[in-house]
Design a protein around this ligand. Structure first.
Ligand code: MGD
Ligand code: MGD
Ligand code: SF4
Ligand code: MO
Length: 731
């Protein structure tokens, strides 16, 4: 039986952006296996467990294959068994496009185009699939713009406030480090391709310290695990800087040459003693002292800061404080030192060419449309006015599961006067509320070009197989819709090949291509097996490997890395990172509902190691891999005992926003006072009626308008007898 291999790129929302070799049976055109590209220096020939089984998703029996429309008279509601057949009927693409075009133009006429809200995130992080024809379409329509805050804006803005650029230590240099701090970073589950580097570093004597309120697999494998109370990292980082400055361990030359605001910092951290931080974090003062000394005196020292830290109310301040550490110790001075939150700032895809914001001037508004924060979807669908949202167009996202304050989101999605389109691979919890459901392709079924937020390679993703059924890619969908509505601009006819060329800036005059992307074209990528390292001037002619900020360029107002941010002061924001305990935390537990006995717990609504946010959570094999914590509430035996809860007991987890039924898992993976559960799909498991975001709030981070999933208080109690059994048993 003949097979051939195509090289695609995993486009799931993961820092690793793996090169994927897809083996296809030539006769049937069916993909038969996936493997990591052995040539790719970060992928190194292996895929994570969840994508090793991605063909389960591609060929899932419940994969969406045809456009559907809601049957007349069937009310909107949650995804229940049989609801697809009961509530929806198959239609052709022509009818689907006609209906969508008619409704969107009608709604725009009646309520103004800003009453249309696109909702997308990172179902695919391919440059085309993430944002190209879709953005052009909504810009031209005059639809509200979506502020895509759900993941990374708090940390991103925080990093920019210190360095002016989002650069990070090259993952391929982590093996050189002698001290690695995994700070709110679940490397082993969420960023597995960094792990071999860490193992190599440890073989050479490096220590791995994990700072995470939850004992992740990464923490279990580490040399040391520090478990701060959730949302208290700012206090910890300030205390580390206090000790470093008190003991004169700062790197004077680096600080002098590359930073500004040291005097402010010195004054700011003077009172931030380890004892003070110990009270806030629960980590004892001697441990904090020792960590400060180890961090400042071990070289190279690197921090893998991930997004866990910033998903709390004080999250941006925490990221700012942590980001200042390598500036204070000059850890950037060595290869393998520094900090990595994201490497995305090293890429310069021509987003303007892809998204064409200038089309907004040709929309009926003649001006840029209003901006709606995606984290506030619940409010946007229920209370926003001027105009209210009358149409919601969802793609690349599953907001019924992933957005905070799920009760509000679902109430909004259930509005019969809301016209909702969902473009999806699976019949998700969001799709169940749609008026029109459209089938989408996976990364095996369309071409794209992709960067990464955890390495430095541009990659071409070739189409490996034909779309199943009538699935269409995001670009194909919005191209077709633009034609149906009759937008005259030729940019709506650009092919994927043309879009890839635009993303790479191939057509730009010489010299205008961004330096890091210089010389990278479709042809050069194809000649190099689909993947090409960014162009770093220092690496030319066998020179030194890329080291962030070695060029001394910091696009901040002072031109230096800033301990004190004049730009933030000018915006009326705190120019220094200051610790404020989250409103929903043990420090303000008194504000919790008054009937709290024995008191609320801090709740970590976590990502599943075997899911990708909600993606893959519907597949039996992935659920099986996740079985240890799926539908479980992890809680400390002391907290369980105080509530009369035993191992395996049904529990009710609730707060003023919602409630969830789970099964208690007594474990020391969480500290007393903290509990945890993983996200999945709403419509499965014994809870049957909701996901972890039933409990989270729409409160925003201190900077960047991001979500505060990890600042959530809940009450936990034994589930009243009978209720657990009567909860709908789904799938
Ligand atoms: N398997 C898998 N991989 C993924 C994803 C997935 O869903 N599953 N999601 C992808 C996405 S979208 C992203 S953004 C990345 C995110 O990657 P990470 O940032 O690593 O992901 P999280 O699990 O959100 O957070 C990491 C850790 O932060 C911890 N944490 C929570 N609150 C605090 C706190 O206050 N302080 C500290 N120090 N730690 C805290 C959590 O317990 C968690 O273990 O991963 C990507 N990779
Ligand atoms: N409680 C809690 N909530 C969280 C988080 C958390 O840690 N805890 N993490 C937050 C974070 S960091 C993030 S990034 C968000 C993630 O939020 P989302 O980006 O919404 O993530 P997913 O749940 O993976 O949903 C993506 C959907 O896009 C679909 N999709 C994939 N490729 C394509 C495509 O090419 N076209 C179309 N049309 N659809 C496609 C997938 O089938 C999937 O259903 O969740 C956030 N929510
Ligand atoms: S999810 Fe991440 S680790 Fe897994 S294959 Fe995709 S890019 Fe690689
Ligand atoms: Mo994310």
């Amino acid at each position: 039986m003949g097979t051939h291999t195509t090289r695609a790129v995993c486009s799931l929302d993961c820092p690793d952006s793996c090169g994927v070799l897809v083996t296809v049976d030539s006769a049937s055109g069916r993909a038969v296996s996936l493997a990591g590209d052995p040539q790719h220096p970060v992928t190194r020939g292996f895929l994570c467990g969840k994508v090793a089984r991605y063909l389960d998703h591609v060929y899932a029996p419940d994969r969406l294959l045809y456009p559907l429309r809601r049957r007349a008279g069937v009310p909107k509601g949650p995804r229940t068994p049989g609801c697809l057949e009961h509530a929806f009927e198959r239609i052709g693409w022509d009818e689907a496009l006609d209906r969508i075009a008619t409704r969107l133009t009608g709604i725009a006429r009646e309520h103004g185009p800003e009453s249309i809200l696109p909702y997308s995130y990172a179902g695919t992080i391919g440059a085309l699939g993430y944002g190209s024809m879709d953005r052009r379409f909504f810009h031209r329509l005059g639809a509200s713009q979506l502020d895509r805050t759900i993941c990374a804006t708090a940390g991103g803005e925080a990093l920019l406030s210190v360095y002016g650029r989002k650069l990070g230590t090259d993952p391929e240099d982590f093996h050189r480090a002698r001290l690695i701090l995994a700070w709110g970073a679940n490397i082993h589950s969420n960023n597995i391709h960094l792990w071999p580097q860490i193992e190599q570093a440890r073989r050479q004597g490096a220590r791995l310290v994990v700072i995470d309120p939850y004992q992740t697999r990464t923490a279990r494998l580490a040399d040391q695990h520090l478990a701060p109370h959730p949302g208290t990292d700012t206090a910890l980082a300030l205390a580390l800087m206090h000790v470093i400055l008190r003991d004169g361990l700062e790197h004077r030359a680096w600080v002098e040459q590359h930073t500004s605001g040291l005097a402010h910092l010195r004054a700011h951290v003077a009172g931030c003693t380890p004892a003070h931080a110990a009270a806030a974090t629960g980590i004892d003062a001697a441990t904090i002292e020792a960590l400060a000394h180890a961090y400042a005196t071990t070289r190279p020292a690197v921090i893998r800061l991930n997004y866990g830290v910033q998903r709390s109310e004080n999250g941006a301040a925490a990221v700012r404080a942590i980001a200042m550490l390598p500036a204070l110790t000059g850890a950037w001075a060595e290869l393998g030192g520094g900090l990595q939150l994201s490497t995305s700032g090293a890429f310069s895809f021509d987003k303007k060419a892809l998204e064409m914001p200038e089309l907004m001037r040709r929309s009926p508004l003649g001006r840029p449309a209003r901006v709606v924060n995606m984290t506030l979807l619940g409010d946007a669908l229920t209370t926003l006015g001027n105009p209210a949202v009358h149409a919601l167009f969802v793609y690349n996202s599953n907001p019924a599961v992933i957005a905070p304050d799920q009760g509000r989101v679902l109430a909004g999605l259930a509005r019969e006067d809301l016209f909702t389109v969902v473009h999806e691979q699976s019949f998700t919890d969001t799709a169940a509320y749609a008026d029109i459901v459209l089938p989408a392709t996976t990364f095996l079924e369309h071409a794209d070009v992709q960067g990464a937020y955890g390495h430095h390679y541009v990659q071409l993703s070739e189409q490996a197989i034909a779309p199943p059924g009538e699935a269409r890619s995001n670009t194909a969908l919005f191209r077709a819709l633009a034609a149906r509505i009759g937008f005259p601009e030729p940019c709506f006819e650009d092919s994927d090949e043309a879009l890839i060329a635009q993303a790479l800036g191939e057509a730009l005059p010489a010299g205008q291509q961004a330096p890091s992307m210089r010389g990278i074209t479709r042809a050069s990528l194809r000649a190099r097996g689909g993947s090409e390292r960014l162009h770093f001037p220092s690496e030319e002619h066998g020179g030194e490997r890329f080291r962030p900020f070695s060029d001394g360029v910091f696009p901040t107002s002072s031109g230096k890395a800033e301990f004190f941010s004049p730009a933030m002061a000018a915006r009326g924001l705190d120019p220094m990172p200051t610790f404020h305990p989250p409103a929903e935390s043990r420090f303000h537990a008194a504000q919790a509902p008054a009937d709290a006995a024995p008191g609320p717990l801090e709740f970590l609504p976590r990502k599943g190691g075997h899911f990708m946010n909600s993606t893959l959570a519907n597949h039996p094999a992935h659920q099986h891999m996740q079985r240890e914590t799926l539908d479980r509430l992890e809680m400390h035996p002391l907290d369980a005992g105080a509530r009369g809860i035993g191992e395996g007991d049904p529990v009710l987890v609730r707060n003023e926003r919602g409630s969830l039924r789970l099964t208690a898992l007594l474990t020391a993976r969480v500290q007393p006072g903290v509990c945890a559960a993983v996200m999945g799909w709403n419509s499965r498991g014994p809870s049957g009626f909701g996901g972890v975001n039933q409990l989270t709030s729409q409160r925003l981070t201190d900077l960047g308008g991001g979500p505060t999933f990890y600042s959530t208080l809940v009450l936990v109690e034994p589930c009243p007898a009978g209720e657990a059994a009567s909860a709908p048993e789904v799938f």
